[in-house]
Ligand binder design. Structure first.
Ligand code: 13P
Ligand code: SF4
Length: 372
């Protein structure tokens, strides 16, 4: 297959559609693997479950038993008691969460263990412990509730579980923040500063009560008073796939379209969120498109594979990406490594979280799942 072609999709502004969908370019070899995977799935029956994130390419999602956002998939993982094996078509932190939430008898496989999430890796346990201690030196007993985005390592989730905190996803961050303020005085949020700021803004927390903790500076770059007066302390992480979108791109939309709605994922910066008509998780975006009417023009600011799929599924709407932004890590899952995994279930692709980390991380995840 000419892989370069994947990046060459252009939008035809006359017909208002992508001129070609990436999954239409499928080699014979990939088609063959797709059919073999399907057959193997049938043989394995309910002993196997494939969970696929919305950012996976179309043919991978077609093979998924469940396709969803990270919250939906973690719920599925916690309910799949019959499946001996779970293959996670997503990135490393998602497979870790599935391992934490599944039973000890189940094994979770990530088809390519190099499929990580750079944002999740922006908060290490060591840095978090350092920051936690430094921040507390500014306080006189005020209680901080640590909340981590699902996009974080199992160790960071365990830290939150052990310190009375919780996990959240982009679909429930506001509810989890609200809960945190009923049991504590401040929230410390990792790793995504954008989701943290967007959530704080949604809850009406003034900007001067949101502090961005910069690990490279003493006291995160803040005075004692700043920290004491803050409500939300934000880690300085971000997702490069969503950081790619700019206010300029949003402003340019007006030149191209007369009437449109802009829908963005909350990992985009607050400047962009302020200009959007709808903000939410990948599930929210899918539901928004479903509820729209034929002829509507919807511009979507999130990962390109989801936008392609929605544009293909809803050809009677005009669906465009704010800009093509691909998550290279999600894209690391492909027909070849999915086929190898389902045929041989290689041990080196099993994702296992250690017992102590698992127990504490589970507390933080369960706290989130209680919010439904
Ligand atoms: P969702 O929580 O919307 O599934 O997003 C996960 C993710 O990685 C977005 O970049
Ligand atoms: Fe991580 Fe961003 Fe990819 Fe989501 S889109 S998995 S946050 S790198």
């Amino acid at each position: 297959m000419d892989k370069q072609k994947y990046y060459k999709f252009e939008i035809d502004y006359n017909t208002n559609h992508f001129n070609e969908f990436p999954h239409d370019i499928f080699t014979n070899e990939e088609k063959d693997l797709y059919l073999k995977i399907k057959k193997r799935k049938e043989e394995l029956g309910d002993k196997l479950v494939i969970l696929a994130h919305h950012y996976q390419s179309k043919w991978i999602t077609e093979l998924g038993d469940f396709v969803g956002d990270s919250f939906q998939l973690s719920k599925e993982a916690s309910m799949m008691k019959n499946a001996e094996k779970i293959i996670f078509a997503g990135v490393h932190f998602m497979a870790e969460s599935a391992d934490i939430l599944s039973s000890d008898k189940q094994k979770v496989y990530l088809p390519n263990i190099k499929a990580g999430c750079p944002m999740a890796d922006m908060t290490s346990l060591q840095d978090l412990e350092f920051a936690w201690e430094e921040i507390h030196k500014n306080l006189n007993g005020e209680k901080i509730i640590p909340i981590t985005y699902m996009n974080s390592t199992a160790e960071v989730k365990a830290f939150c579980g052990a310190h009375g905190g919780a996990v959240c996803t982009s679909s429930n961050a506001d509810k989890i923040f609200e809960w945190a303020f009923t049991v504590g005085d401040k929230v410390m949020f990792m790793p995504d500063k954008n989701l943290g700021m967007n959530t704080a803004n949604k809850l009406g927390i003034p900007k001067n009560e949101q502090v961005l903790y910069d690990l490279s500076k003493e006291n995160g770059g803040h005075t004692k008073e700043d920290i004491k007066n803050s409500k939300v302390i934000l880690w300085n992480g971000y997702c490069h796939v969503h950081k790619f979108f700019s206010v300029e791109m949003v402003k340019n939309l007006k030149e191209k379209y007369d009437d449109y709605k802009l829908i963005v994922h909350p990992e985009a910066s607050p400047d962009i969120v302020a200009l959007a008509d709808g903000i939410g998780s990948t599930k929210y975006i899918v539901d928004y498109v479903k509820a729209s009417k034929p002829g509507d023009t919807i511009i979507i600011g999130t990962e390109i594979n989801l936008v392609y799929r929605l544009a293909e599924e809803y050809k009677d709407r005009n669906i465009f990406p704010l800009r093509k932004s691909l998550c290279p890590n999600m894209y690391r899952i492909n027909m070849v490594n999915l086929y190898e995994t389902i045929m041989d279930f290689p041990e080196e692709r099993v994702i296992t979280v250690g017992d102590k980390t698992k127990a504490n991380a589970k507390k933080a995840l369960d706290r989130m799942l209680e919010f439904g």
